[in-house]
Design a protein around this ligand. Structure first.
Ligand code: HEC
Length: 407
């Protein structure tokens, strides 16, 4: 029953989180495209900055943007903020339910740091809070300086944070931590900067004052950052089923490369939305960077020592290859991956992947290989100390099964 409840609550929360995220990012993409497509026109009303015509859902829309604000406030205004807040709240609930509650499986790596659960949670929360504070500080001091200096500082901040967390947390924990830090920065930009600025503009209008254009300029800077961070954050959030991305030694560097790739893709669309010729050149750096990721992910995987007496991969799986691998898997994996797991409070094998019998192992060999030979994803946080030479023995079994299948 508890297993069922846990599975369902996770899924329902995730469902909600994804929907809120789609609503938020969808409206954000829409407004960016709209903003960039605005055209000047002499006949526009007073204080209007540009207009756009759009067709959708059986009708035509005529949109006019006022900058800083119209001379008179309309009686009804639609605000866009709940999408962002709902995304963060549901995301944080998921983080707490999965990563904090299961910190020993999802965040802690006792080889790196033997943290208590509560310590891991505190370290994560500190990163989320300070990530925002430092980012906000950099933005404030550099509002008037060169935008490239600002972008580089933010890039360095994120890279340093992901390196630091990759030294403290398990691979998976570190990856999700950075996703959370970036997601929090984006939502805090809405909550602490963009919406309060707009509220000030509205209250000046209500008081018949001229609103200060600085609020608009700051909001624009922060929305631009959100725009460029969107794709990398989504990438990190969906990558946890891809151990080769998040669980190799240089995964922290992969995050930085994804930041650049995501920004290049957004840049392409930003230019395209203005109606100018899209910058097709972005394909080249994207291809180079993506190849670099393959290389880095391969470079950082477990280094398997060569094993002497390699049994020849002939007609059937050599008996000792099977026995060696089975013994390792039984001793290092099946405390969790069993029909009745010995692991505290675990009622079923995670993802119902049982690794107890020879048949279990052979049936699951592909994912065993991905999780524990091509990456360090399993055992989580190397909790049962799977050695590289043991990974190598598992690899041998994989190779011989593969060879048999191919013949
Ligand atoms: C301490 C408990 C524990 C140990 C030990 C452990 N695992 Fe896991 N395993 C997990 C958890 C938790 C998950 C679910 C991860 C998730 O939610 O994506 C998992 C998931 C998996 C999956 C499914 C991954 C997927 O997303 O489909 C495989 C395959 C796997 N483990 C293999 C192994 C192998 C091989 C070992 C031993 C080398 C091992 N595990 C050791 C806890 C453990």
């Amino acid at each position: 029953m508890t297993f069922l409840f846990q599975e369902w609550s996770e899924l329902v929360l995730r469902w909600f989180h994804v929907i809120a995220g789609i609503a938020w990012i969808g409206s954000s993409f829409y407004f960016i495209a709209l903003d960039l497509s605005l055209k000047q026109n002499k006949n526009l009303p007073d204080k209007a900055h540009g207009e756009a015509w759009q067709v959708h859902g059986g009708g035509f829309y005529h949109l006019v943007k006022y900058l800083v604000a119209p001379s008179k406030l309309p009686s009804e205004l639609t605000w866009f903020k709940w999408e962002a807040y709902a995304t963060w709240v549901s995301g944080f609930a998921l983080l707490a339910l999965i990563y904090y509650a299961g910190a020993e499986l999802y965040m802690i790596d006792i080889v790196k740091y033997d943290l208590e659960k509560y310590e891991a949670v505190i370290i994560s929360l500190l990163g989320i809070i300070f990530g925002w504070l430092i980012y906000d500080f950099i933005c404030r001091i550099s509002l008037k300086t060169n935008v490239y200096v600002l972008i580089c500082s933010i890039f360095i901040l994120i890279t340093v944070m992901s390196w630091v967390y990759s030294q403290i947390f398990s691979y998976r924990g570190a990856f999700m931590q950075i996703g959370t830090v970036l997601g929090t920065i984006m939502v805090a930009n809405v909550l602490m900067i963009i919406i309060p600025g707009q509220k000030k503009v509205v209250s000046s209008l209500l008081a018949n004052d001229t609103p200060n254009p600085i609020h608009g300029a700051i909001a624009k800077q922060r929305s631009l950052h959100n725009n460029y961070l969107t794709l990398p954050v989504i990438f990190i959030m969906i990558s946890n089923h891809y151990p080769l991305i998040y669980a190799t030694e240089y995964s922290w560097l992969i995050i930085s490369i994804i930041l650049i790739i995501g920004a290049l893709i957004r840049h392409f669309f930003n230019i395209k939305h203005t109606g100018a010729k899209p910058p097709y050149w972005v394909c080249f750096p994207i291809i180079i960077l993506a190849s670099l990721i393959f290389y880095i992910s391969d470079l950082g995987k477990p280094q398997l020592p060569k094993i002497k007496n390699t049994a020849s991969l002939i007609e059937k799986i050599p008996e000792n290859t099977l026995l060696n691998a089975k013994e390792i898997i039984i001793s290092k994996c099946s405390m969790c991956h069993a029909r009745e797991p010995a692991w505290d409070n675990m009622k079923n094998a995670p993802k119902l992947v049982n690794l107890e019998t020879t048949a279990d192992i052979i049936n699951n060999i592909e994912s065993i290989h991905k999780q524990s030979v091509l990456s360090y994803a399993m055992p989580p946080g190397n909790i049962s100390f799977l050695e590289d030479n043991e990974r190598s023995l598992i690899n041998q079994l994989y190779l011989s099964i593969h060879n048999l299948k191919n013949n």
